[in-house]
Design a protein around this ligand. Structure first.
Ligand code: ATP
Ligand code: MG
Length: 256
């Protein structure tokens, strides 16, 4: 899941993850956005949310796995640390049956940080993306820089969330172009927060000029905002039409 800030990435990610879990699939949702909002969107209670330690701050774990402690003078560290047990050991289990991992921020001077914590997170994401046992839902920032090239190529579908507005469409076009260049084969747009039906045609047309097919149009519903403010799961918001549209999206993903 990618897209401009605030368009609804975490909401869409949370609902899709919950829908897959409801079908009995094993689902891992990964919050890879430093401005973490996936736990709330999945309905993790506030007290529990406050206790979540992002993986990038698990200094002992990072040191144990990579051989180097974050923040210390750079030295040697492993580029292929063991990660296959991390989801089982550190994921938060949500009431909806989703396993949630929060990655946190990598404190790096500029992008492309080369440090023990990024080594661990990159290896973990690679493992999870390649793992066939789980459905992986990855809530990202706009960019794909968390992922190495071979991981990006293994991503089945990139959904770029768009809201009605030219800037969001422009960002989506840039993300889509970058992702395709990196080898993601299936890139689709999800139009979210539609306030007037007429907006759909216009945005779909704009997206098409960037060869972006729109897989769903999700209506704006105040109840999703209310659920967000209350820290309640998006799935339980009662935003019937929006949830129906996301349910249809979930079906369309498989049909592609
Ligand atoms: N279809 C919708 N109708 C109304 N409100 C929505 C809809 N989708 C998302 N929202 C609301 O918009 C806000 C931003 O949503 P969300 O946190 O999912 O976006 P995001 O893209 O993950 O943001 P960020 O870039 O900050 O991570 C939230 O208050 C959410 O409840
Ligand atoms: Mg978010």
């Amino acid at each position: 899941m990618s897209g401009k800030g605030g368009v609804g990435k975490s909401t869409v990610a949370a609902v899709l993850a919950s829908l897959y879990a409801r079908e009995g699939r094993k689902v891992i949702a990964v919050d890879a956005d430093p401005a973490s909002s996936l736990p709330a969107a999945l309905g993790v209670p506030e007290a529990e949310r406050e206790g979540i330690v992002p993986l990038s701050r698990m200094l002992d774990l990072i040191e144990e796995r990579t051989g180097a402690r974050p923040g210390n003078a750079p030295g040697l560290f492993s580029l292929n640390p063991r990660v296959d047990d991390i989801a089982d050991k550190y994921a938060v289990r949500t009431a909806g049956g989703v396993q949630l991992l929060v990655l946190g921020t990598i404190r790096s001077p500029g992008s492309g940080c080369f440090c023990p914590e990024s080594s661990l997170l990159k290896a973990l994401l690679k493992h999870l993306v390649l793992d066939e046992e789980h459905v992986l839902v990855l809530d990202m920032e706009a960019g794909l820089e968390h992922l190495g090239r071979s991981t990006i190529q293994a991503v089945d579908v990139l959904l770029v969330v768009v809201e009605p507005g030219r800037r969001s469409v422009d960002t989506a076009s840039r993300i889509a172009a970058m992702a395709r260049e990196l080898g993601v084969r299936k890139v689709f747009a999800v139009l979210n927060k539609v306030a007037e039906p007429e907006q759909v045609d216009e945005i779909v047309r704009l997206l098409r000029t960037s060869s972006l097919e729109c897989l769903a149009a999700v209506p704006y519903d105040e109840r999703l905002v209310r659920a967000d403010l209350a820290g309640a799961p998006a799935m339980a918001s009662g935003a019937v039409d929006a949830l129906d549209a996301l349910s249809a999206l979930r079906q369309r993903i498989d049909a592609r």
